[in-house]
Design a protein around this ligand. Sequence first.
Ligand SMILES: [Zn+2]
Length: 164
Amino acid sequence: MEVIQSFTIDHTHLKPGIYVSRKDKGFTTFDLRITEPNKEPAVSPAAMHSLEHLMATWFRNSKVKEDVVYVGPMGCLTGMYIVMTGIYTVEDMRKLTIDCLNWILKQKEVPATTAETCGNYLLHDLPMCKWESKRYLNRLKKDFHSKYTKLKITLSDGKTFADA
Ligand SMILES: [Zn+2]
């Protein structure tokens, strides 16, 4: 099995921000990195689940809704993936995410939190979701990062994976 692209990123130098995780088949996968991996506490499962519901709701109702393919959390709970069709830059996504987070801060409930509409409807935490949203919002405005540091992984055929 080959090392997949997202595992070639040097996570020890990854700051909160927005990165292009990959571009393929007309899709761009954006890495919305909310916390600093392995240095700060990851987002709690309940807060991340609420963030997923809220971000997906906002993006799928936004002016770019036709181009939103997928919104979902990373298993490591340090960020969210958003897959888009069409041409979007990191700066486009930064502006959209800032609008999204401002909207989240005004919400009084998490959408679709019933047993019928969610696979784990008790696993939600709106206050903590808002706390994470506010901190991420400030980071997107004042301390923005968008350039990955790649790990140099040498494959068995001698090629390096750094520019995969
Ligand atoms: Zn859910």
